[in-house]
Design a protein around this ligand. Structure first.
Ligand code: IPM
Ligand code: MG
Length: 355
């Protein structure tokens, strides 16, 4: 039986993953799919219970499961905790322990929510971008790193480092993604200033020789930020480093005006993956039953497609979400002013009913 590890995490994480679990159970019922779900704490919630944001029991479940669904981690109550024990460390630990180097962050505009963006409708209508972010290397994990010295003359430093092998494997992920889409790939770097980017550009170009059908371009990160808000539809697939991808993907998610709708996947080289909504733990509305569960539900669809290779299950979920939106159900984050809103659970009900 395929096992799915559920790591609800903090803030609205448990509320949104609850609804996603109902969707998985519905797959079992409709298609006799036999997914088994197992749940463990992660992030601040795990820290409270086990003094660690990524306890052994959670890590070992994540390792043994076929796929992982994560809600969200973090919250103001853990901001003063030692850096090594902060909720965010659990995410970084899962990524590196499971070698989830390829982070797929789609940004697409749902036609039903066309006016949710802060950009003009003609700039974003039909938007469909895929950001492929390197997730286990670069400045996030590079050494040396420290804050050292005497008070008043301390220095802090990090190291942005990539090996040729690390660049080549994320480049291949991105070219493969481009092959399944519009066959256009833009690699984003800072090669005018950084040696590490110069190597990045060289290796991406080399990998591109094996994908003659894909049109490869290169852009500096500053220009890419500008182009992303100026004319986002020029992009199909973007590939970039860990930190640049962190920044670009937040900007891209906001283009759609509905960050509560966007799923993501973090994959290893065998297709095993951790799936999570792009949005965070939203502590301000946690526990109020207001959160939008659709990004987490759509993350399950991504899981069905990428890890389990099951297009039928993925399509069933996506069609149900589309119908739910078409029928006018809205949580607060995607409702227009004055429009009636439904609870997290009612949104889950609506999707499950339409599957
Ligand atoms: C993200 C987040 C994380 C990151 C944080 C919470 C460590 O911003 O997934 O984009 O920087 O990767
Ligand atoms: Mg981020």
């Amino acid at each position: 039986m395929p096992t799915i590890a559920i790591l609800p995490g903090d803030g609205i994480g448990p509320e949104v993953t609850d609804q996603a679990v109902r969707v998985i159970e519905k797959l079992n019922e409709l298609f006799d799919a036999q997914f088994e779900v197992q749940t463990q704490p992660v992030g601040g919630t795990a820290y409270e219970m086990h003094d660690h944001p990524l306890p052994d029991s959670t890590l070992s479940l994540a390792k043994s499961a076929d796929a992982i669904l994560l809600g969200a981690v973090g919250g103001p109550q853990w901001e003063k905790v030692d850096r090594q024990l902060r909720p965010e460390k659990a995410l970084l630990g899962l990524r590196s322990e499971l070698d989830l180097f390829s982070n797929l962050r789609p940004a697409m505009l749902f036609p039903e929510l066309a006016d949710a963006s802060t950009l003009k409708p003609e700039v974003v209508s039909g938007l469909d971008i895929m950001i492929v972010r390197e997730l286990t290397g670069g400045i996030y994990f590079g050494g040396p790193r420290a804050i050292e010295g005497e008070a008043g003359s301390r220095k802090g430093y990090n190291t942005m480092v990539y090996t040729e092998a690390e660049i080549a494997r994320i480049a291949r992920s991105a070219f493969e993604m481009a092959m399944q889409r519009d066959k256009r790939l833009c690699s984003v770097d800072k090669a005018n200033v950084l040696e590490v980017s110069e190597l990045w550009r060289e290796v991406v170009t080399e990998v591109g020789n094996s994908y003659p059908e894909v049109e490869l371009s290169h852009m500096y990160i500053d220009n890419a930020c500008m182009q992303l808000v100026r004319a986002p539809k020029q992009f199909d697939v973007i590939v970039t480093t860990n930190m640049f991808g962190d920044i670009l993907s937040d900007a891209a998610s906001m283009l759609t005006g509905s960050i509560g709708m966007l799923p993501s996947a973090s994959l290893d080289s065998n297709g095993k993956g951790m799936y999570e909504p792009v949005h965070g733990s939203a502590p301000d509305i946690a526990g109020e039953g207001k959160a939008n569960p659709l990004a987490t539900i759509l993350s399950v669809a991504m899981m069905m497609r990428s890890t389990f290779g099951n297009e039928e299950f993925a399509a069933a979920i996506e069609a149900a979400v589309k119908q739910t939106l078409a029928d006018g159900l809205r949580t607060g984050d995607i409702a227009r002013e004055g429009e009636a809103t439904v609870s997290t659970e009612a949104m889950g009900d609506a999707v499950v009913d339409r599957m």
